[in-house]
Design a protein around this ligand. Structure first.
Ligand SMILES: [Zn+2]
Length: 166
């Protein structure tokens, strides 16, 4: 599943990328028509706060309109939507947060880019073939994982509300 977020859902888009989803977001100056066209062209689910996107026939069947852009609310609301199934622990931290590219395991040369205090402590690094950025597990990654677990809990709450029909 690939996702396109509108500009208002930048924060949600960022966290979907952290969760491992192939996620892009629209630029601020793109007209709705262009946003919808990109979603169609790249076969992406369009997540939007823009009720007017409803009027675009081309978006039918591939858009989910959310009522709030607050991340926690989005997670609950996505759980309530029957037509999109988000697993917040799908493939955590597997993509470059900057360019969306899937990370690959780095070689010895990538360890040279670690901050000096971490040399010898980190046993695995990953890197992005797009921007060459190097990633490693550390407290920042733990914090992101904790956040994803929280989003999954909120999403599960939405899901159970839907299944109970409330
Ligand atoms: Zn990158």
């Amino acid at each position: 599943m690939k996702i396109l977020c509108d500009r208002m859902l930048l924060g949600l888009g960022h966290w979907l990328r952290v969760a491992g989803y192939d996620t892009h977001w629209a630029e601020a100056d793109w007209p709705d028509r262009e946003v919808v066209a990109l979603a169609v062209r790249e076969d992406r689910i369009l997540l939007t706060c823009d009720q007017e996107i409803h009027d675009h026939r081309a978006a039918a069947g591939r858009r989910v309109v959310l009522s709030s852009n607050a991340l926690e609310d989005c997670a609950v609301e996505l759980g309530r939507h029957a037509d999109i199934e988000i697993d917040w622990l799908f493939a955590p931290l597997s993509r470059c947060l900057k360019c969306n590219v899937v990370l690959v395991e780095g070689g010895p040369e990538h360890f040279d880019e670690l901050p000096s205090g971490l040399v010898g402590f980190v046993t695995r690094v990953e890197f992005c073939g797009g921007c060459r950025r190097v990633y490693w597990a550390g407290s920042h990654a733990d914090h992101m994982l904790e956040r994803l677990r929280e989003l999954e809990r909120l999403c599960a709450r939405g899901r159970s509300e839907r299944l109970r029909g409330s």
